[in-house]
Ligand binder design. Structure first.
Ligand code: FES
Length: 184
């Protein structure tokens, strides 16, 4: 049996260390490079901007606002229940619908619907919205964000995968049909 001298052993350990660091670096670099290059090579994730059914329109009686939940189509396997996204569906008159993001337009807390007062209320800073999603009071500078929606074969569909941001027009389906300014 041949024993390695101290300098040979040091060289071997050095090479092993370099090889190990190279492998770890390569493993870490893949997602980082993919993230940085995603605007160029990645395009949009599948499911982005897709139409998703919230179910049969009969689930949403005329004149009522109800909570619906859909599965985010832009999802990772490890997202679990966090990919189940709630939204508020308002059946205006049996013909026209509005579908609102659940998040307050101020800092994103989930708003709740109070049928007695016909207001959406935010628990965080007291923001309030009328039933058509327009701003009623409090810190929000605009109304609730709304999904594009359509009805096909008796199903209510919403366009998903978009992150709401100030400047995106609020609902275009208000009960009076009037176009509202961005901060309405
Ligand atoms: S997050 Fe809703 S009022 Fe601030």
């Amino acid at each position: 049996m041949t024993l390695l001298g101290p300098s040979t052993r040091r060289e071997m350990l050095m090479k092993l260390g370099i090889a190990f660091n190279t492998i770890v670096g390569a493993i870490l670099a893949v997602p980082i490079v993919k993230y940085i290059m995603s605007p160029v090579i990645g395009g949009e994730k599948s499911g982005y901007d897709s139409w998703l059914s919230l179910g049969d329109v009969t689930q949403f009686p005329a004149g009522e606002t109800r909570l619906a939940v859909y599965r985010n189509p832009v999802v990772n396997p490890w997202d679990g229940d966090t990919a189940d996204l709630p939204c508020w569906v308002r059946n205006v008159d049996g013909q026209n619908f509005q579908v609102f993001h659940i998040n307050c337009a101020h800092l994103g807390c989930p708003v709740r619907w109070f049928p007695q007062s016909k207001l959406f209320m935010c628990p965080c800073h007291g923001g309030a919205y009328y039933e058509d999603g327009s701003r009623a009071s409090g810190p929000p500078e605009r109304g609730l964000f709304a999904y594009d929606h359509k009805i096909e074969t008796g199903q209510l569909f919403i366009k998903t995968g978009q992150i709401p941001a100030p400047g995106i027009a609020s609902s275009d389906a208000s009960s009076d049909g009037e176009e509202k300014p961005p901060c309405a």
